[in-house]
Design a protein around this ligand. Structure first.
Ligand SMILES: [Ca+2]
Length: 586
């Protein structure tokens, strides 16, 4: 008995120790909604990211994971910044997470924060120079979540940098601007975001392409994105998102998996099971991955994933990879969409209610609804136009955003062709002006919307280069404009310089080609450019087609004549030398 009494403190200490170890272990094993990072994200923020944003109501709680290294101390502030608003959020707590340098920060989204996509700014109150910004990473829906989610699906962007990718980049920009104009709730990118590369630039550049989105985007990793990882480069994590994660959007839950290598590894599957089991039953669950799982031989996709889908009541699976539309309603609703990088580039729009999915059998062509901002929409221009056009059979309600440089302090720009919904103007000279407008576009119509401080009185400049291959003439027109920007460029050709035929544009190997077959040795080109103010410019050009020149019988070219003269002079000099030599020898 005495013995036991003596040992009691020891037993108690051991129990306490065991408990502490367990707590510590549990803390370390704490499940988070994203995969462990292999590389530091370029902006120091691990979650949320541009490719896996936080989606919240105003007044709710926002959790941020960030890694400041040894900088900044412990006292951190948080701001939510959009082109129209700048809110300071109340930081509730900052605690260490997993490793020594990762912090988990909890903050309250300000009640006055309206529906908008915000940049997340984390800053140190102790060291003013230390701050981290993850752009477009927090989407505030307003006071409550919508009853129906309007979702755009893009896939297989195969983004790259350089002339080979000029056309696909143009298509991507038009698409992102159209999806933003539709004021969707969410865009989902189902993989092959970049074209297979081990270079960092395509990853950082595609992230900046996504800055033009005014709606949040979820990105899944495809086999082309996996290429860099297999070479040892974690640019995906550095510039876009964790390799897999989940995001909650009110009554919906999105599980985004990495099938980059044509499989889902054991760790990821375990994580996914755990993440799914932590979700309330009533959430509508959507799985996002690159590969149509029924096409893949690896058992993780061919059998384990179907089991996961069934066991967890996943109501929709979004995929890409095959570059073809495919809808299967078997295990669940499976939707594969067309690539954004092919000639038939397109995207898909879905409506998600709490119980079902509304969708079209076919993706929309990317230019069904075109939104073309005619100058860089980045606060560098003092006014410009947007050309919008619809090939749809129904009305479209559009929201456009113009980012201008204001010439005068506090002056509101003029708007033509749309209704103003929001304006923020800088108080200083040459400051920023953000303007949001809305308009209704009737079926099969086009419209010019102008936002500006001063009228455009400068006509555009048209120019053109060409190359001739046999009897085919390839034309590269270009046009620039001071003011509202170039609405359209048209190329014509003519045999007689008076009757003109339009040169069609074709997409050949991902590039735009204006080409036609010439029938005469001299043909004429005309390039017409029109700007947003309706001002026009025309450029004329005559082109010679050598293959169609009549055969000529002419005197030998001067070079032959010269050679003969040189040879004759040479012979004379040689003769003189030989003659003199003969003389002296004698
Ligand atoms: Ca102009």
């Amino acid at each position: 008995m005495n013995d036991l009494r003596a040992r009691l403190p020891l037993v108690a200490t051991s129990l306490l120790l065991a408990l502490l170890v367990t707590v510590a272990f549990c803390e370390q094993q704490a499940h988070s909604n994203f995969a462990n990072y292999h590389a530091a994200p370029s902006n120091g923020i691990l979650m949320p990211r541009i490719g896996c944003p936080a989606i919240l109501t105003s007044g709710s709680s926002l959790e941020v994971y960030f890694d400041p290294g040894s900088r900044g101390g412990k006292d951190w502030g948080l701001r939510l910044r959009s082109p129209f608003m700048d809110h300071e959020a109340k930081v509730v707590s900052v605690v260490a997470f997993e490793s020594q340098s990762i912090w988990k920060l909890s903050a309250e989204v300000p009640k006055e924060a309206k529906r908008d996509l915000y940049d997340l700014v984390i800053y140190s109150r102790q060291e003013t120079a230390v701050s981290f910004v993850e752009r477009n990473s927090v989407f505030v829906v307003g006071e409550s979540f919508p009853d129906t989610l309007r979702v755009g699906v893009i896939t297989d962007l195969h983004y790259g940098v350089g002339t080979y990718y000029a056309y696909t980049t143009k298509v991507l920009r038009r698409t992102l601007d159209a999806l933003s104009a539709l004021d969707l709730d969410l865009v989902v990118g189902t993989g092959d975001i970049v074209d297979a590369t081990a270079d960092e630039l395509p990853f950082s550049s595609v992230a900046s392409e996504f800055y033009r989105l005014r709606v949040p985007i979820l990105l899944a990793l495809g086999n082309n994105d996996q290429y860099a990882i297999d070479k040892g480069f974690r640019y995906w994590e550095k510039h876009l998102a964790p390799e897999y994660y989940s995001v909650k959007f009110g009554a919906w839950y999105f599980l985004v998996l990495n099938s980059g290598n044509g499989l889902i590894d054991e760790n990821q599957l375990l994580w996914a099971e755990k993440d799914l089991s932590a979700q309330p039953k009533e959430l509508f669950k959507v799985l996002v991955l690159h590969h149509p799982y029924w096409n893949e031989p690896h058992p993780s996709l061919s059998s384990k994933l179907p089991n996961l889908i069934k066991a967890n009541g996943i109501g929709l699976v979004l995929m890409g990879h095959t570059h073809r539309d495919e809808v299967r309603q078997d295990l669940t609703l499976n939707i594969v969409s067309v690539a954004l990088s092919d000639e038939g580039a397109g995207y898909r729009l879905l409506n998600l209610t709490r119980t079902r999915v509304e969708y079209d059998q076919r993706s929309w062509a990317y230019d069904s609804l075109l939104v073309n901002y005619l100058q860089p929409n980045d606060y560098t221009s003092t006014g410009f136009a947007a050309h919008v056009s619809s090939r749809l059979a129904t009305d479209s309600r559009l929201r456009l955003t113009f980012f201008l440089r204001s010439q005068l302090a506090g002056v509101t720009p003029k708007v033509d062709g749309a209704e103003v919904s929001r304006v923020t103007v800088a108080k200083e000279l040459q400051g920023r002006a953000s303007v949001e407008v809305s308009l209704k576009l009737m079926p099969k119509t086009e419209k010019i919307v102008k936002v500006y401080f001063e009228e455009d009185k400068t006509p555009p400049l048209a120019s053109c280069s060409y190359r001739v291959e046999g009897a085919t003439v390839f034309v590269s027109p270009s046009a620039s404009d001071v003011g509202f920007g170039v609405v359209k460029v048209t190329v014509f050709y003519s045999d007689d310089n008076s009757t003109w035929t339009i040169v069609p544009v074709r997409i050949i190997e991902r590039t735009e080609q204006y080409g036609f077959t010439a029938t005469k040795a001299t043909i004429f080109l005309k390039v017409e450019a029109e700007d947003g103010a309706g001002l026009k410019a025309t450029k004329y050009l005559a082109v010679q087609v050598p293959d169609l020149q009549p055969m000529k019988t002419e005197a030998p070219p001067p070079t032959v004549e010269l050679a003969v003269i040189v040879a004759l002079i040479g012979a004379v000099i040689l003769g003189v030398i030989l003659f003199r030599r003969g003389k002296t020898l004698r």
